[in-house]
Ligand binder design. Structure first.
Ligand code: HEC
Ligand code: HEC
Ligand code: HEC
Length: 101
């Protein structure tokens, strides 16, 4: 498994409650080539989703489904889920202070 440095704030439940499934993060972490774990790239991985969460979100019924695949209309479905979960789209999720407190 991965380990975040102490300087980074991470909270599981906030992700799980907002439509980010376990396999979105852990599936990808398993498959990730080692270079992805280099520090700056790992931060980019967090930011990639915070910048455009609609690409990754799934319905709450699918959070624990390790075999979930995004539907062909993921962009549209994800945009509906962004509204459904009430996810912040002001860009605040990209602020340094969200993860570095
Ligand atoms: C947004 C990405 C993300 C999601 C979604 C996510 N995890 Fe994690 N998980 C992480 C990260 C990052 C760590 C390492 C945390 C650290 O080092 O402080 C981690 C650590 C863990 C660990 C190691 C023990 C620990 O707490 O450090 C377990 C077990 C785990 N996750 C299970 C799950 C399960 C089960 C789900 C679905 C309910 C899930 N995770 C969803 C990113 C995620
Ligand atoms: C696949 C998508 C995804 C990934 C990957 C992801 N996040 Fe998130 N994160 C979210 C969503 C969605 C929220 C909820 C935002 C909201 O409620 O407006 C969130 C919220 C958060 C919050 C709380 C923000 C607040 O409201 O103050 C923190 C902190 C956070 N993430 C840290 C991280 C860190 C650190 C990583 C990388 C280890 C990470 N996230 C990876 C999607 C993701
Ligand atoms: C969505 C979460 C997130 C946001 C937003 C974010 N970071 Fe990070 N940052 C991380 C994570 C996770 C790491 C640790 C990466 C690793 O160790 O693999 C990190 C590591 C770093 C490091 C290296 C520190 C160390 O001890 O290795 C610096 C410097 C940094 N971030 C600066 C910034 C700045 C500046 C911003 C705003 C422009 C920013 N970060 C925004 C998640 C985030």
């Amino acid at each position: 498994m991965n380990d975040l440095p102490d300087c980074v704030f991470f909270n599981h439940s906030i992700h799980v409650a907002n439509g980010v499934g376990c396999s979105t993060c852990h599936g990808e972490l398993d498959r990730m080539p080692l270079t992805w774990r280099a520090h700056t790239l790992y931060m980019k991985w967090c930011l990639e989703c915070h910048r455009a969460p609609q690409k990754f979100l799934r319905p709450s019924s699918e959070i624990y489904n390790l075999h979930w695949q995004p539907p062909p209309d993921q962009e549209a479905a994800g945009a509906r889920l962004v509204r459904h979960y009430g996810i912040d789209t002001t860009g605040r999720l990209m602020d340094c202070s969200v993860c570095h407190r």
